[in-house]
Design a protein around this ligand. Sequence first.
Ligand SMILES: [Zn+2]
Length: 302
Amino acid sequence: MSSPIANIGHYPVSSGFSQHRVHPITGKVRRHQGVDFRMPPGTPVLAAGDGVVHTGHQEHGAGNFLSVDHGGEAATRYMHLERFAVEDGQAVRRGDVIGYSGNSGGSTGPHLHFEVWRGGEAVDPQRDPLTQLGGPGPGGHGLSAVAAAATSPASPDAAGGRQHQGAIAAPAPLRGVFAAAEARHGLPPGMLTAVASVESNFNSNAVSSAGAQGMFGIMPGTAKDLGVANPFDPREAAEGAASKLAADYEKFGNWNHAVMAYNAGPHRIEEALAGRGKPLKQETLDYLPKVANAFQQVNRGT
Ligand SMILES: [Zn+2]
């Protein structure tokens, strides 16, 4: 999936996703189940993914609105449009122009209200890894943004490979090992700690139900490809995990996708980016926010 607007970064977010918002017209407190981008009327609105369009109209609510059913319980919605570029029931591909933004329905100014739904729940489009596929996405709150902040010149000692004292920390004997592997492969400091925490909670004897082994949850076939003879040896596993993350970063040019590839394999992520293949598993969609959250906790207070 991708952003609903080309050059989304040009359009300010006038209202983010939230559980509690005072509605600008009714004054009532209610959920805001999407994100609002302020933009001139007539701006082309793009399908965030392949799917089937449904059109609708609500005089005092969503105005002219579209939804795209992406299958696999995923859908996106686009509200307050000036007009539609597609018909109800039409099949569309990711990036197709499906309508033009406007100010229809209960809207206080020209904007696009965009929603992402998964499994019957509205999710924050600015934090959803789905919308980060195919581009930086509307918000860029994933691991890449966190990693960029952690390694920016504004926090010079974050790049120095010093030991982490955050809410999540690697076992003391391994901290230097992880820091050295991160430095050698150009990983943001703390990334191996975050991955090991999510994969195994630092248990070097872990075996997952899928057969992933050791502290870094490495599958036997992957271990072979990486030249890791013993995935239960945390030193060897850390080196293998670092080289895999670095190779996938090189391939995708972004840490979000590299982390998702660590979970699902680079081939699945390539397919998802191209809009082909099966929808990504929920486990993979959940994996990036887990690692990003752990990464933030590793680096907390630094
Ligand atoms: Zn809105």
